[in-house]
Write a protein that binds this ligand. Structure first.
Ligand code: XMP
Ligand code: MG
Length: 174
């Protein structure tokens, strides 16, 4: 078992997600909102966030993977639900929900993909933003916290598939 110290407690994070949900509710009033959860890491954040957004919406899932252990492989592979329930994306404002924005390669690719399908807007909501590691030209539209260059786990984030279930966000030390 690795040593894990708490960075954001369950309670702190819950408050932050509620605040973000209220902001997103305002932003998408009167629009057709499609929330796209980027699996696996965003499953916990998405579940919490959508329950704090008071708008009509649909929810889709897509899978992206770029990390092995604590290192980015440098290329994001995307798979999963590609027909989005048969929706015509030209009618939907897309909100990509991701656990963490790191180099930005994954979200950059996903953003291009949804824009190319004609979505009128493609925005990004993340639990954590690690701007110091950015390679791609991308910033989150909505975020809970900005963090330093530390490897974090919990609330969906994993270390080789472990710790996704932790109710807080923690820093791993080996
Ligand atoms: P990019 O680099 O494309 O990658 O922005 C984002 C994805 O990288 C993973 N990632 C992490 N996963 N702790 C994790 O558990 C971290 O500190 C971390 N940093 C990046 C994550 O899967 C995210 O979706
Ligand atoms: Mg991820």
């Amino acid at each position: 078992m690795n040593n894990i110290s708490v960075l954001y407690s369950e309670e702190e994070l819950a408050l932050s997600v509620k605040k973000l949900g209220a902001e997103i509710t305002e932003e998408y009033k009167g629009k057709k909102l499609l929330v796209v959860c980027v699996l696996k890491g965003a499953f916990v954040f998405t579940a919490d966030l959508v329950r704090s957004i008071d708008n009509d919406m649909q929810i889709a899932f897509i899978t992206a993977k770029s990390y092995v252990g604590t290192s980015s492989t440098g290329n994001a592979s995307i798979s999963g639900d590609h027909d989005f329930m048969g929706l015509d994306l030209r009618e939907w404002d897309v909100l990509l929900v991701e656990d963490i924005l790191d180099t930005g390669r994954t979200l950059c690719e996903l953003k291009k993909k949804f824009a190319s399908m004609g979505a009128p807007s493609v925005k990004i909501a993340v639990m954590l933003d690690k701007p110091s590691r950015r390679v791609a030209d991308i910033t989150p539209d909505f975020k809970c916290y900005e963090i330093e260059d530390k490897f974090v786990v919990g609330c969906g984030l994993d270390y080789d598939e472990r710790y996704r279930n932790l109710p807080f966000i923690g820093i791993v030390s080996e």
